[in-house]
Design a protein around this ligand. Sequence first.
Ligand code: KG4
Ligand code: ZN
Length: 333
Amino acid sequence: MITLGIDTSCDDTSVAVLGDDGVYANLVSSHLIHAEFGGVVPEFASRAHTKLLYPLLELALRTAGISLDDIDLVAATAGPGLIGSLLCGLSFGKALAQASGKPFIAVNHLEGHIWSLLLSNPSLRPAFLALLVSGGHTELIMVRDSFDYTEIGATLDDACGEALDKVGKLMGLGYPAGAAVERLAVRAESPAALPRPNPKGLDFSYSGLKTAARNYLTANPATPAADLSAGLQEAAFDHLVDRVSRAVKEFDVRQVGVVGGVAVNNRLREKLSAAGRKVGFELYLPLPELCTDNAAMIAAAGRARFGTFGPSAFDVPAFDRASFAERPASAAS
Ligand code: KG4
Ligand code: ZN
């Protein structure tokens, strides 16, 4: 079975071709225009998606060495994300499926991120705990069985990646800043001391850390960017490790997966591996190219869901915001 995946949830346009024996193509085009503005400008994102989708489809088919006729299923992200952006990829996927007589499946972007883990670790089976940590989300999800997701913790304010991006912007690192923060942090000599967030239970909070970093910079304007970056990473990631460790104990789970754009970060991977040895869980990670937004994970989630639940209706709507708990499914039914 060959699945075409489409993701336009935010500021990356991605088209992928997934076969039974692996990923044939997974093309991602990130919109550089947003860097000028220090954040995503939704209208520019929609225009870029509209321009990029068709050429990316052609290139993905060529890379995979197939034609449209060979596709058995079209999968596209329905939400959550920027509504204008989502509508571009969702409408494109629906139109393509309808015009070519193929079945269509709408995918929840967050379920897609979880599938990045399963694509990278085919032997992984539920139950496992998934930490989703990206620019738009910071959540803990218990995956008890296939398609059985329970959100057990989520950010009360900003996402972890958003905090890295916003503090990075203060340091003039451009947008998004997570990768630059990681590169700088390696060169730190005296990491800035920043407070660890500590909201109740299994929830997360990052807005206080963002403010603390800004105040630190105001009080210590000569702080090298490397030191602030390292201090920021330590505080941000200790908070993630603390919640994961608590959840592992509370839910007595032995497998933990980390997904989303921030999961590519080596310092976070190191810290979580150390916690795994201490607390007693095995850590599963997606391949680096499957951490940030991509359509291969959407194709994988769509194929699995289609196999169990069948296709989506062509009038399935896009949705901008919804927690995983509210909308775990593909919004298909
Ligand atoms: O999953 P993703 O591509 O998009 C969302 O769904 O949000 O994640 C993007 C986030 C951004 O906040 C970006 O700064 C962060 O992932 N990121 C990183 C790294 N590379 C990307 N954060 C830390 N270290 C990195 N190397
Ligand atoms: Zn994402």
